[in-house]
Design a protein around this ligand. Structure first.
Ligand code: KIV
Ligand code: ZN
Length: 388
């Protein structure tokens, strides 16, 4: 098993399945270029067979991007797979990602197929895809709710047919971290040729556990690919969020012991671009990319951070692309944070007494106003105290 964790971004495919998040070709290309700057390993550019428009998007991205593998989703049938291969022709490195549902519920009610039919179709799909391209990923849709012995038989068969990556989605976000991690582990143990494929996790966020489940799939289950989206964009409650999962692996390298190739300094830019393009606002308290993710408002925290940032910061704002962390001045702020802001604004107050008087005025104003801006402080101290 390698120490490298593959980051597979599906913002442009599963993320776009979010109601209201559809993107134009130009928008997708712009995001794909940012994902390349972010150095994700795989970009799932779309579902080529789903429409002519999506075909064009996958093709344009495949032609433009050189440093990440470009992937197209396809159902497990020859027409879809051939369309995916066609769209990926110009890719420096291309991947066909074919899927079929394996849970009893999906097979019976949605596909109206028997398990034996699904088993056969999985094999035939991978065989057909493998004749068109080397890099084939197979996904067992609703994999986590599948019978593990049946799923193991399917996985063994598609690996024999040449699938290089086996993805086990928690399609409906039903998993619990420990259970999902152990499911992946047991499944791999049941598949005799499991070491011939990279195992992948793909978690949805219906119970708010997509990131935790993905990490458990890696740590307990031995998966080495995580499928995720920028800002956790995706159907219903979304997918595993790229920025959170990547920063968890990087910040807690002591625990995971894995390398990720992602250039974290591009994360905030990617988040902004996806948010602006889709109109999906990022909540202020969202980990890593929320406006408050590196903001300190309480006096005790501000004092600590001004003395040593590690006191209340487990990662640096600058490392993920923010220009700096943020000390928010308000009624909870202490004297130290106030003095520091005066200095940054070039305000020179001669004596400790003057500082105390200005600080008292600041506290009085802060009781009336939730956030104090630089202009408020300059007005408080009077312009004549500003060094020129
Ligand atoms: O959630 C899911 O099962 C998927 C597959 C098609 C990979 O998105
Ligand atoms: Zn999905």
């Amino acid at each position: 098993m390698t120490d490298k964790l593959i980051i597979f971004d599906t913002t442009l495919r599963d993320g776009e399945q979010s109601p209201g998040a559809s993107m134009t070709k130009d928008e997708k290309l712009r995001i794909a270029r940012q994902l390349e700057r972010l150095k994700v390993d795989v970009i799932e550019a779309g579902f080529a067979a789903s429409s002519n428009g999506d075909f064009d998007c996958v093709q344009a991205i495949a032609n433009a991007i050189k440093d990440s593998t470009i992937c197209s989703l396809s159902r497990a049938n020859d027409r879809d797979i051939a369309r995916a291969a066609e769209a990926l022709k110009g890719a420096a490195s291309g991947r066909i990602h074919t899927f079929i549902a394996t849970s009893p519920l999906h097979m019976e009610k949605k596909l109206r197929m028997t398990p034996d039919e699904v088993f056969e179709q999985s094999k035939l799909a991978v065989r057909f895809a493998r004749n068109l391209m080397d890099d084939i990923e197979f996904s067992a849709e609703d994999g986590y709710r599948s019978d593990i012995d049946f799923l193991a038989r399917v996985c063994e068969a598609v690996i024999k047919e040449g699938a290089r990556t086996i993805n086990i989605p928690d399609t409906v976000g039903y998993a619990i971290p420990e259970l999902y991690g152990n499911f992946i582990k047991t499944l791999r143990e049941k598949v005799p040729n499991s070491d011939q494929a990279v195992w992948s996790v793909h978690c949805h966020n219906d119970l708010g556990m997509a990131v935790a489940n993905s990490l458990a799939g890696v740590k307990l289950g031995g998966a080495r690919q995580i499928e995720c989206t920028i800002n956790g964009l995706g159907e219903r409650a979304g997918n595993c969020s790229l920025e959170e999962v990547v920063m968890a692996i990087k910040t807690r390298r002591d625990y995971f012991g894995l390398d990720v190739g992602v250039d974290a300094s591009q994360i905030v830019q990617a988040s902004r671009m996806v948010s602006q393009t889709t109109g999906f606002v990022v909540q202020p308290n969202k980990a890593v990319v929320g406006a408050n993710a590196f903001a300190h408002a309480s006096g005790i925290h501000q004092d600590g951070v001004l003395k040593a940032r590690d006191t209340y910061e487990i990662m640096r704002a600058e490392d993920v692309g923010w220009s700096a962390n943020k000390i928010v001045l308000g009624k909870l702020s202490g004297r130290n944070a106030f003095k520091q802001r005066l200095q940054e604004l070039g305000v020179v107050l001669e004596s400790e007494g003057e500082i105390m008087a200005a600080f008292a005025k600041f506290k009085e104003l802060a009781d009336r106003k939730s956030e104090i801006f630089d202009e408020d402080i300059l007005a408080l101290v009077g312009d004549e105290s500003v060094a020129t």
